[in-house]
Ligand binder design. Structure first.
Ligand code: CA
Length: 246
């Protein structure tokens, strides 16, 4: 059994945010705050020295960012990222964060986080299961989109198509349409290349969601998707599709 309480480190460069985290945690008997760091270098030093079970890690930090801290540390404490920006959500979850708190967050939202922490750090969950839940090598199995103050998962398999919208990607999936602050190129590089094809500068389609393909003009193909939308593939992508269909 893991001896209680869970030892937590707070990494946060803004004093008011540090204070409110400490205050929220002061009521939680099964969590003991063992240290505080206000920049990434200090965070790495304290994680190595104190070996905390849990780190509340601010994404935006001076010197070394929170995401960089998570990549560089040699220990593997549970991580809850905190940030005022949501554009880091995908990277944060790839790094195996238990949760992702968008600042400012209230006590109620924080309670949800603590429930997740408790589940993840519970001794009844085997190390193997935990590792599988944390490390997901290979292509993205899911994306995360912000809905109000919540982050919702979108299974990659449920995606029909993804359209570039400036710096954002508009993800059309079974459960609905979501706007994610990530570029189409970045997504194209992380999705399973056997399942997804970038058919145009501004469009990625899930090949499993294709209803049919027909000629659009001499060189290009039109792809009709199961949500009824039609995307005209670029010449190069049309070539690739023709090769695959052969
Ligand atoms: Ca910060």
């Amino acid at each position: 059994m893991r001896p209680l309480p869970i030892r937590a480190l707070i990494v946060e460069d803004e004093a008011p945010a540090r204070l409110s985290l400490r205050e929220y945690l002061s009521d939680v008997l099964w969590v003991a705050v063992v240290g505080e760091a206000s920049d990434g270098v200090e965070a790495l030093r304290l994680i190595a020295a104190l070996e905390p079970d849990l780190v509340f890690l601010d994404v935006r930090l001076p010197e070394v960012s929170g995401l960089e801290v998570a990549r560089r540390m040699r220990q593997s404490p549970a991580i809850v990222f905190t940030t005022a920006y949501d554009r880091y959500a995908i990277a944060a979850f790839e790094l195996g964060a238990i949760d992702y708190l968008v600042k400012p967050f209230g006590r109620e939202r924080f309670a949800t986080t603590l429930a997740r922490v408790r589940t993840r750090l519970s001794p009844s969950v085997s190390d193997g299961e935990r590792a599988r839940a944390t490390l997901e090598p290979g292509p993205l199995q899911r994306l995360f989109a912000r809905q109000g103050d919540r982050i919702v998962p979108i299974a990659a398999a449920s995606i029909v198509r993804i359209q570039a919208q400036g710096d954002y990607a508009e993800v059309h999936a079974g459960p609905g349409t979501f706007l994610i602050h990530v570029s189409l190129a970045e997504l194209a590089g992380r999705l399973d290349p056997h399942a997804f094809l970038q058919v145009h500068r501004s469009h990625i389609v899930n090949l499993a969601a294709v209803a049919h393909i027909e000629p659009h003009d001499e060189r290009r193909l039109a792809i009709r998707l199961r949500d009824g939308s039609v995307v005209v593939a670029s010449r190069a992508a049309s070539e690739a599709l023709r090769r695959q269909a052969r």
